[in-house]
Design a protein around this ligand. Structure first.
Ligand code: SAM
Length: 320
């Protein structure tokens, strides 16, 4: 699949639900009406089968909302992992419910997990997530490592005055466990749509802070990877630290991704407000492929060269 700017598209993010067991302040607006939209599991499977079989999708990331709340997660992963064209099936989670699911997900064919971990401080975690328990996420991370989904990647969204004093400690903690630790800039989406600058800690500032403790040597980027990775060393501690800078150093020219929302719409760019519904092509068992091809083409052809910051959906609704 080649978009209107000549970029090859082979990654998809599939949102299984817009329901979440946390309500992170920078992700979920205070006024948001609770939603429990779940994607139809047959639709989700046939969609990936069609996109991987006919349109070159090779990497699927399951997300949400919180994908571990999706009742059909295990059978869906099992079926997806039998698709020959897929190279990997990964999942992004807050880890709250991972401890008891990691081993069975691995056994079902999940390749890896990315776990969101914005702070290791229990009180801060409860505050940022509006009620979450950091110890549950820590146990989830340990279970994923034990299950062999390595490297487990930890994602910390760095926010001014909230957790920016924890970057070094989180990196040390994660590397000691053998995780890849990645630091993300906040994006102008959802509650931060118009106030992102108040919360933003830039990639260069994050790098500067980490450099006070770690020796960081850039690792050449692999195709489709938004993070700039570094081989990090500090005394005997070694590992990989990544920095993702969607706000100050956009990676739009390297973007190879489309998203499917839990309502079954294609969103070609995280910053773009155009959503192209695919459920009209679905009769409950199969796709009207001719119509689905038209919709996909329309969406991908108009994937913006550079994100225009006009997204009206929140990350939880979009599929983060
Ligand atoms: N519930 C899962 C989780 O917490 O990882 C998956 C969905 S969540 C929407 C996916 C990611 O989006 C999380 O890592 C979260 O930190 C990130 N996110 C949400 N809103 C964001 C924003 N305004 N800027 C940067 N990252 C954001």
């Amino acid at each position: 699949m080649i978009d209107g700017c000549g970029r090859e598209i082979d990654h998809m993010r599939l949102s299984l639900t817009d329901h979440c067991n946390l309500a992170c302040r920078y992700c979920v607006p205070e006024s948001a009406a609770p939603s429990r939209q779940m994607i139809d599991d047959a639709f989700a499977y046939e969609l990936v089968r069609w996109l991987s079989g006919h349109h070159g999708i090779r990497h699927v990331r399951l997300t949400g909302g919180e994908p571990l709340l999706y009742p059909e997660l295990l059978p869906l992963v099992r079926r997806l992992s039998a698709l020959d064209e897929l190279e990997e099936i990964t999942l992004t989670t807050n880890g709250q419910a991972l401890e008891n699911k990691a081993a069975s997900l691995r056994e079902a064919g999940l390749t890896r997990v990315n776990v969101s971990l914005d702070t290791l401080n229990p009180d801060r975690f409860a505050h940022v997530t509006r009620g979450g328990h950091v110890e549950h996420t820590v146990k989830g991370i340990e279970s994923a490592i034990e299950a062999g989904m390595t490297p487990v990647k930890l994602n910390m969204v760095v926010q001014r005055g909230l957790n920016d004093d924890e970057t070094v400690a989180t990196a040390q903690w994660g590397l000691e466990l053998g995780c890849v630790v990645r630091f993300l800039e906040v994006m102008p989406i959802g509650p931060l749509a118009h106030v992102v600058d108040d919360h933003l800690v830039s990639a260069s500032e994050i790098l500067e802070r980490l450099s006070t403790v770690f020796r960081l040597a850039p690792i050449p980027q692999t195709i489709g990877q938004p993070a700039v990775d570094y081989a990090a060393t500090s005394g005997a501690l070694r590992g990989v630290i990544g920095i993702i800078a969607p706000t100050t150093k956009s990676f739009c020219e390297r973007c190879r991704r489309i998203r499917i929302t839990s309502r079954g719409a294609v969103v070609a760019c995280v910053h773009d407000n155009r959503h192209f519904g695919l459920t009209e092509c679905w009769d409950g068992e199969r796709f009207n492929e001719e119509r689905a091809n038209e919709i996909l083409r329309e969406s991908v052809l108009h994937k913006p060269a550079v994100g225009s910051r006009s997204q009206s959906l929140t990350m939880i609704a979009l599929g983060g």
